[in-house]
Every structure is written in structure tokens, then in C-alpha cells.
Write a protein that binds this ligand. Structure first.
Ligand code: E4P
Length: 219
């Protein structure tokens, strides 16, 4: 399962790259609204930093024709751009056209198996089921990932399942167990993933014992 960072914050993206664990970025208008920099310039920097890994950038227009034109402008920002388009009926012809034209598309705000199936039939690169937002309304978000994976295997579709809206390490664990192709995590969650109280306790205990030897140099 590839790990993406769900963020537009440059220092977090730089840290993620240094770890060698981050293989893509997903952004959205909410992330961009938190950064104190002009979005176009910031996104160009993120794309350059992440090359050749994918950077998802979301459309902000509403009317289908405007979405289509904006999708092209977004795709022209860099070679590693994936255009993020909400899963809405009005945009289906636009999505189909963009896919035929060779634009990489990530379908965002996807909440059902049938939405996933239909978008995969269009040949988009990614579908992004939102796990946490389903949990928020008392619906099991991880089950959606599991069901999409079954459908993917039955029909052998190429579209990658990008588990999104993940809120804690258990979501990442469950998305991996369900066979998600990728998982996008916010920076705070990414930092949490490697922590374990027993690892930290173990380091402390070994250190205390080691100091009893009172060695100046080793080895
Ligand atoms: C994914 O592409 C989205 O940007 C993101 O995962 C949304 O997460 P949220 O539901 O925590 O806002």
C-alpha cells in the first residue's frame, strides 16, 4: 500500500519525503486555505518537490464546462498532477472526456460502492473513498474499502483505491488489511504511525542498563 500525505504544508511534505515513506500528495481547498501563500505558486513548488510522484489538486469550479477547462489548466501545472474531481453526476461526461484525453483523474468525495464501480468503468486513475466522514455519520467507512476491493478483484479494474479521510492508525491498519492500493494521511497521523509505547519504553530500559557499564566509547 502506497502512503500519501494529505497536506499542502511544505515543511510537512519535505519531512515526509526525507523519510522515504511518502509516495504522493493529496491536496484539497481546505488544505490550501490554511497556507499563507498563493495556491498556484505553492502547488507548483509541491509538484516540483514531489516529482515524479503524483500530486492531486482539486477543481474549485462548479459548472461542468468550467470544471473541464479548469481541469486542463490544473493538469498543465506539472507532469505529476492528478486532477481531483468530486463524484457528482454532472461531471461524468467531463470525467470521461478528460480520461480519453489522457488526464490523470482522482475522484474525490466518494462514499459508495456503486459510485466507485461507475468511476472505475470510466478509467480514472484513483478513486478516493472517504473513510472518516462515513464513520462520522455512523456508517462503517472501512467496509467501503473492503467492498471496493472485492469489486476491483471481481472485475479486474485498474483504478487504484486511495483510502482517504483516515483519522487514526487503526484506519491505516484496516485500509492495508482491506487491500487499499494507497492511503492518504494527514501529517499528524503520519507522525503517529511509527510510535508504539513499548518501543519507547524498551529504548528507555536498554539505555538505563547500558549506562550501568559506564563505558566511555563503544565499540
Ligand atoms: C483526500 O483526498 C481528502 O483531502 C482528505 O482525506 C479529507 O479528509 P477529512 O475528511 O479528514 O477532511
Amino acid at each position: 500500500m502506497k502512503l500519501f500525505l494529505d497536506s499542502a504544508h511544505l515543511p510537512d511534505i519535505e519531512y515526509g519525503l526525507e523519510t522515504g515513506l511518502i509516495e504522493g500528495i493529496t491536496t484539497n481547498p481546505t488544505h490550501l486555505s490554511k497556507e499563507g501563500e498563493k495556491s498556484t505558486e505553492l502547488l507548483k513548488k509541491i509538484c516540483a518537490l514531489m516529482m515524479p510522484h503524483d500530486v492531486s489538486i482539486e477543481v474549485t469550479e462548479k459548472n461542468a464546462l468550467d470544471v473541464y477547462n479548469q481541469a486542463h489548466r490544473i493538469a498543465d501545472l506539472a507532469e505529476n498532477v492528478v486532477v481531483k474531481i468530486p463524484c457528482m453526476p454532472d461531471y461524468v461526461p467531463v470525467i470521461k472526456k478528460l480520461v480519453i484525453e489522457g488526464i490523470a483523474v482522482n475522484i474525490t468525495l466518494l462514499f459508495s460502492v456503486v459510485q466507485g464501480l461507475l468511476m472505475a468503468k470510466l478509467g480514472v486513475k484513483y478513486i478516493s473513498p472517504f473513510v472518516g466522514r462515513l464513520d462520522d455519520i455512523d456508517t462503517n467507512g472501512i467496509e467501503l474499502i473492503q467492498d471496493l476491493k472485492k469489486i476491483k478483484n471481481i472485475y479486474n479494474f485498474k483504478t487504484e483505491i486511495l483510502a482517504a479521510s483516515l483519522r487514526g492508525p487503526l484506519h491505516v491498519h484496516q485500509a492495508a488489511m482491506a487491500g487499499a492500493d494507497c492511503a492518504t494521511v494527514p501529517p499528524a497521523l503520519f507522525k503517529l504511525l511509527l510510535h508504539h509505547p513499548l518501543s519507547e519504553k524498551g529504548v528507555l530500559l536498554f539505555d538505563q542498563d547500558w549506562k550501568k557499564l559506564n563505558m566511555q566509547t563503544f565499540p
